[in-house]
Design a protein around this ligand. Structure first.
Ligand code: 13P
Length: 335
């Protein structure tokens, strides 16, 4: 394992108030996004959309890296340049989603286990050759009556650690993503309780499987009210409880923490991050690795029309800049 390379990659991912663009939607998920603007889910359309984002002028000022999907890491832009090269030229690091998706957990179909460990060392080696320097694996933990079970938490944590170790052996810095889903009716206290249990088990597994923490990034959910909860916690409460949970559960050796947006609005995701960074001194950098919260406005502005490329890029850069300010805790002050 090349610890120095892993550490350098992790540090570069959170350096200079930059964050990640999660552009690793599977073909099915991308279909939903394109459907929302009336665009067919065809390979050239997926390519055109992502090329528009990656070529936004100043992209690398705010975006340290991009999580790609298997199709995208192999794709060329309309002029034949590989999308990987476009990112590298912009000063951004290519990364890759390597999990095979969350499937029904055997014996507990209401819960999920993320698959994709078989053949992973070989895939990691290929992705490294293709230019990737970090990877992502997302575990999904749902909150509902009687769940998550201990079984779901442990099997997912075990798989996350196996993935992380395999990636490190192959030179890819692993993003460890245990996502506690915000879709339920639970309150913020329940989100905090579940997230703390999940993180505690995840770090125990990472330790047991001898993962080099300095060469990892954590991608957690924020501590937030369930979407259907009648009483929505304030932004200040979200920021305070999220920092509290991270301080309780995440070793200071971890190189950086880059949140998912998880269904928050663009503005909420930015504000919450800003409040956290405007507060106290923390042992790790807190940054973003947003999918929807970086792309919603850009997608709506683009609408699949080449005439709208500049508008799509402008909308994207606006969110990217706002989130970069949030990394410094200066977003609200600048607004
Ligand atoms: P969202 O920010 O849309 O939750 O996506 C981030 C991500 O990569 C989830 O795995």
């Amino acid at each position: 394992m090349n610890k120095q390379e892993l550490f350098q990659t992790a540090v570069a991912m959170v350096a200079n108030n930059k964050g990640l663009l999660a552009a690793d939607e599977s073909t099915g998920t991308m279909g939903k996004r394109l459907d929302s603007i009336g665009v067919e889910n065809a390979e050239p359309n997926r390519r055109d959309y992502r090329e528009m984002l990656f070529r936004a002028n100043g992209f690398g000022d705010f975006i340290s890296g991009v999580i790609l999907y298997d199709e995208t890491i192999r794709q060329n832009a309309a002029d034949g340049t590989s999308l990987v090269k476009i990112l590298q030229d912009a000063g951004s690091i290519p990364g890759i989603k390597v999990d095979g998706g969350a499937k029904a957990l055997p014996g507990r179909p209401a819960e999920k286990i993320t698959e994709g460990l078989d053949g992973l060392p070989e895939r990691v080696a290929e992705y490294y050759q293709l230019g990737a320097r970090f990877a992502k694996w997302r575990a999904v933990i749902d909150i509902d009556e009687g769940i998550p079970s201990r079984y779901a938490i442990h099997t997912n944590a075990h798989a996350l650690a196996r993935y992380a170790k395999i990636c490190q052996e192959g030179g890819l810095c692993p993003i460890v993503e245990p996502e506690v889903i915000m879709d339920g009716a639970h309150d913020i206290g329940r989100c905090q309780e579940v997230t703390e249990e999940v993180l505690e088990v995840v770090y125990r597994e990472l330790h047991l499987q001898e993962v080099y923490l300095e060469g990892t990034i954590l991608k957690p959910n924020m501590i937030i009210s369930g979407k259907k909860c009648a009483t929505q916690a304030s932004a200040e409460d979200v920021a305070q409880k999220t920092v509290e949970t991270l301080l309780r559960c995440v070793p200071a050796a971890v190189a950086g923490i880059m949140f998912l947006s998880g269904g928050q609005s663009e503005e909420d995701a930015t504000k919450h991050l800003d409040l956290m960074n405007a507060g106290s001194d923390l042992p790790w950098k807190l940054s973003f690795s947003y999918g929807r919260a970086l792309q919603q406005s850009a997608l709506s502005a683009w609408k699949g029309e080449s005439a709208n490329v500049a508008a799509g890029q402008q909308a994207f850069l606006e969110r990217a800049r706002a989130n970069s300010q949030a990394c410094a805790g200066t977003y609200s002050k600048a607004a």
